[in-house]
Ligand binder design. Structure first.
Ligand code: SAM
Ligand code: SF4
Length: 488
């Protein structure tokens, strides 16, 4: 099951778990790139694999797209090691949780899951904790949940094959590379769950150390892949029939080509020119590293999508300074002005935190006024959650939860009004969407616009569409979180 958790989800589109799931195994340099597509949990044996029948695993993913894509690589690695993925913990020999510790709630979910299934240890099942909670809590997890045999942070995924051998031999295995690691998790084996949109991680880790955030501690230092390896992966995906690519990084635009061949904007331009690729997205951009060249390249390369996700966190320079965000409100708005000045109509989305220690009512009002000034198409909004190791822990988290909840509700209501207004501008437009699925109950197809909006649409009676195809839709209605229309 793949989920993204957040207090407020702006999109009303299908979650990944609602979409039809597929696995596409891709190999980096195969003589003839194989394309193996099949529903997510079939019983299958890969050619050349032996003894796979009894090695089964279940994997649940928590958190962001980076985690979702890490899971695709972990799944590919396990399949390559002779494991078979199954849809329930009951059927699995190995139960894995790829965890998120960005907020306390996400972290607690994992420990609840482990407690819920502890009884299954008596049946010989093994448990592994991967990802951010693994890196953050390390071997303490063995004390809190003694039935766990494997703890592996994301910077150690390349060691998974050896770690699997250890736990199969009945030993415990720990993979906890620290911030010193220079390695990226580049694997030949990626079990992609979507056959049309392929994720590619171009930069791992983070060196920004925002005062509230665990990521620099859980994902290690910033390290980029070479532009040639990223482009090779994109070409391979195009050969396999993918038409959309999403470049990923905690701060994707902090990308630095280790070979010095391409800037981030140049990499975007090169991605946009890969034959067969119709859409290129990138997330998440950090405002400090967001240059005007990114807007110029979007304007000049048609395959780059009409969307920028630029998390602001707060509209108050005083709070931004306390958060150690490395930009002021003025500097952030300067970047927004570049985006507004683009020749293309770009949608802008953001992340916001309310209730950061010391945030006054006046600071909060500045966040509300920033929303008006920017006119975001949508926003992910969060209550501040104190996290281990972070500098903000030293600040007095004096804002009561009830007040954080109030501010969150006010913020969400304001954003809803702005999104409603922003979406109205599409009424009467004809927009190309990628078909993502069908809502049988409503008799509507679900499409995704270049601006990353969900557009539900009707087709002529009896017509069936293929997911992953592109069709033109005339917008006839707009809502806060989606659009509706008719295929033309
Ligand atoms: N690197 C991106 C940036 O700097 O904008 C953000 C990546 S972070 C994984 C995703 C979002 O989680 C952040 O933008 C922030 O809004 C939210 N977040 C991170 N730490 C948080 C915390 N301690 N409490 C509440 N929200 C948090
Ligand atoms: Fe976290 Fe800040 Fe790094 Fe984003 S830039 S991942 S919010 S530390």
């Amino acid at each position: 099951m793949l989920r993204r958790s957040s207090e407020h989800q702006p999109s009303s589109g299908p979650t990944l778990s609602q979409r039809r799931c597929w696995i596409v195994l891709t190999h980096a340099n195969p003589p003839q790139p194989p394309r193996i597509s099949f529903p997510l949990y079939p019983c299958f044996i890969l050619m050349g694999m032996s003894g796979t029948a009894d090695k089964t695993f279940y994997l649940e993913t928590f958190g962001c797209q980076m985690n979702v894509h890490d899971s695709e690589k972990v799944i590919g690695t396990l399949l390559q090691q002779g494991y078979r993925q199954v849809p329930t913990v009951e059927e699995a020999g190995l139960i894995l949780y790829n965890t998120c510790s960005i907020r306390d709630k996400a972290e607690q979910k994992v420990f609840h899951r482990l407690a819920d299934y502890k009884k299954l240890q008596a049946q010989g099942k093994k448990f592994g904790v991967l990802g951010c909670v693994a890196q953050q809590e390390g071997e303490k997890i063995f004390e809190r949940a003694p039935h766990v045999s494997m703890v592996c942070g994301s910077a150690s995924y390349r060691n998974l094959p050896e770690m699997l051998v250890q736990i199969e031999a009945g030993k415990r295995s720990t993979g906890l590379d620290d911030r010193a690691t220079d390695h990226c998790f580049e694997t030949e084996y990626t079990a992609r769950t979507n056959p049309h949109r392929g994720y590619i991680t171009i930069i791992e880790g983070c060196d920004k150390f925002c005062a509230y955030c665990v990521v620099p501690f859980t994902r290690g230092k910033e390290r980029s892949r070479t532009s040639s390896s990223v482009l090779a992966e994109a070409r391979q995906l195009a050969d396999l029939g993918y038409t959309e690519i999403q470049l990923l990084g905690q701060n994707v635009n902090s990308y630095r080509d280790p070979n010095g061949k391409k800037t981030f904007a140049e990499l975007l331009a090169a991605m946009g020119e890969v034959a067969g690729i119709r859409r290129v997205r990138f997330t998440t951009s950090h405002p400090r590293d967001f240059g005007r060249d990114i807007v110029h390249v979007i304007d000049s390369v048609p395959t780059l999508c009409d969307h920028v996700h630029l998390p602001v966190q707060s509209g108050s320079t005083r709070v931004l300074d306390a958060m150690q965000r490395l930009y002021t409100r003025y500097e952030y708005l300067e970047r927004i002005a570049w985006i507004h000045a683009a020749q293309r109509d770009l949608s802008i989305t953001t992340d916001l935190i309310v209730g950061f220690p010391g945030e006054t009512e006046r600071d909060f009002e500045q966040t509300l006024s920033l929303l008006d000034e920017v006119g975001y198409d949508s926003a992910f909004t969060f209550k501040y959650s104190p996290r281990p190791n972070t500098p903000a822990l030293r600040l007095d988290d004096a804002i009561p939860d009830s007040e954080k909840a109030r501010r969150l509700a006010v913020l969400n209501e304001k954003q809803k009004q702005i999104s409603t207004r922003r979406n109205k501008r599409h009424l009467g437009q004809t927009i190309t969407v990628m078909v993502e699925g069908k809502n049988a109950a409503r008799g509507q197809w679900i499409g995704r616009t270049s601006q990353i909006k969900v557009l539900n649409f009707a087709v002529p009676e009896g017509m069936e569409l293929k997911t992953g195809s592109y069709v033109d839709v005339r917008v006839t209605a707009s809502f806060p979180n989606s659009l509706a229309g008719e295929m033309v």
